[in-house]
Design a protein around this ligand. Sequence first.
Ligand SMILES: [Zn+2]
Length: 292
Amino acid sequence: MSIKTIIYIAGEGHSGSTLLDIILGSREKSFSAGELVFLAEKGIINGEYCACGTVVPDCPVWSEIIEEWNETRILDLDSYSRIQKKLLSKKKLFQANKILKKQPEEIKNFLRDTENLYDTIFKVTNSDCIIDSSKGPAMIPVLRKLGYNVKVIHLTRRFGDVLNSYKVHLKKDPEKGVEHEIKPLNTFYVLFSWFSKNLLTRFYSRGLEYRRLRYEDYISDLKGSIQEIINVDAAVIEKLKNRGPFHPGHMVAGSRIRMKKEITVARKPVDTSYKRLNSFDRLLARSIDAFY
Ligand SMILES: [Zn+2]
């Protein structure tokens, strides 16, 4: 039996990761999980929406996974979620290895529970590959400690477009995948986050199967880029050629495009006009992107 694979999409948010997750999940034996790090907190505790349109605890797929996971999990859900938050918090972004190395009993249990969760997903969804677009670099050292074949896809996007995307203002609309009001972020906050997440993704991936993928490249050459990541059958190749239709399935969290029933991929990168940026932001973005 072939070893099971986790394709972990890492890097900064607003870089087209949800779309990439959906496309990679269109292969028959792949399961597109979305941002799996949010299963415990957003999915189970807060009861937020799955891409299928029902809340996660009522989703036919996730309810079965959660039920089995509850039976095997060592830590209670709050403790599990607390460790996960600590690992992924912005303040401790550079300390993930240190936290894991200490390996007190609680961390060992956390790792075992995380492996149990992936095992349960593989079993319930009958897949040999899970696509996890959690993005947080701190999950890479966690995945490294589990018994799977891990492929890290380091997804990057021009800083100016990431910044422009973070400047959006969205009102709360849970059914459309916006669980809380989204306010525009400070430019330097985005710059620090973009820089450190990209740096850490590269750093944590040493020794693992790693591929850097630019959002701009995968949109322009959809078929070629996806085939370099994963073997797909003729039906998927046809879809890649036609740029769709792709169907989100049961993603647990991610950008609001996961709530669409059907997706066709644009022929060019979208939202590249910097329309939400002021003149200082534009100058900063152009200077950084000159080196991209
Ligand atoms: Zn669902």
